[in-house]
Design a protein around this ligand. Structure first.
Ligand code: CP
Length: 299
């Protein structure tokens, strides 16, 4: 694989290979020279904490170095430079590029003009493939399997690129999906149709209490994605996982790509259900595995 643009470009064997390589990378997190003298460029046109910092940390641990920007206003994009030109310039200075952009399809566009590998760190409401790979890694590490699980996807399923990518990846596994979202923020029809085509069991539930899951993947209602802030106001705070929720969630593991706003009460953090901080930590071995593989490393 030359680039990581969409999880739809991965089949089950590809996904499993990344998860296996990430497990190997756990042994290198104290530092290695696998990517010595290699340079990563991080082009972030949207805010990020986890994705950017974990890519940077991953590259440093692999012995490489990092250049880039975390807001486009500090780059020549502010002077009107296009994404294509920005990428063409970054590849003069770096061996691999990670791009986050507010526009759907931006990572694909970058890959079309780049001669070096491009990794999609989130493009609009479309895809966040590396998040999905670390989500799967976290689930498998905690529960030893993905097959056979009942997995709930909750929150903003319309604009949530993490749940879009995750739904596609899970379609390679023997899982039963449950969707819970405020009215108007349901999983897009085209994704539900694709799941049906792959004979993946999914069900839309109406209330938090209706969820019967082994894993609950919670997402934030993303104010910044709403064309009309009044529409956001109608659905904000629709669901909140509290200690009372554990009565019906039982031992279900709770994941969240983060950041959270109010959808998971901090009192959950210290419970055995909470997996979201370990999930963020999985970004290191998984992104180390991706960077190394794309730059020619083999186990
Ligand atoms: N999960 C995730 O993409 O977080 P950031 O927006 O902080 O990178």
């Amino acid at each position: 694989m030359q680039d990581v643009i969409s999880i739809k470009d991965f089949d089950r064997a590809d996904i499993e290979k990344v998860l296996e390589n990430a497990k190997i990378m756990e042994g290198y997190t104290k530092g290695t020279g696998i990517l010595e003298a290699k340079i990563l460029a991080t082009l972030f046109f949207e805010p990020s904490t986890r994705t950017r910092l974990s890519f940077e940390s991953a590259m440093n641990r692999l012995g490489g170095t990092v250049i880039g920007f975390s807001e486009s206003g500090s780059s020549s994009v502010a002077k009107g430079e296009t994404l294509q030109d920005t990428v063409r310039i970054a590849e003069q200075y770096a061996d691999i590029i990670v791009v986050r952009h507010p526009r759907d399809g931006a990572a694909r566009l970058a890959a079309e003009v780049a001669q070096v590998p491009i990794i999609n760190a989130g493009d609009g409401v479309n895809q966040h493939p590396t998040q999905t790979l670390l989500d799967l890694y976290t689930i498998k590490k905690a529960l030893n399997t993905i097959d056979g699980l009942r997995i709930g996807l909750m929150g903003d399923l319309k604009y949530g690129r993490t749940v879009h990518s995750l739904a596609y990846a899970l379609s390679w596994y023997d899982v039963a999906l449950q969707f819970l979202s405020p009215p108007g923020l349901e999983m897009p029809v085209h994704i539900r149709e694709d799941l049906t085509e792959k004979e993946i069991s999914f069900q839309q539930v109406e209330e938090l209490e209706d969820l019967k899951v082994d894993v609950l993947y919670v997402t934030r209602i993303q104010k910044e994605r709403f064309p009309d802030v009044e529409e956001y106001e109608k659905v904000k705070g629709s669901y909140q996982i509290t200690k009372e929720s554990l009565e019906f969630l039982g031992g279900a593991k709770i994941l969240h790509p983060l950041p959270r706003v109010d959808e998971i009460d901090p009192e959950i953090d210290s419970t055995h259900n909470a997996l979201y901080f370990q999930q963020a930590g999985s970004g290191i071995p998984v992104r180390m595995a991706l960077l190394a593989s794309l730059l020619g490393w083999e186990p």
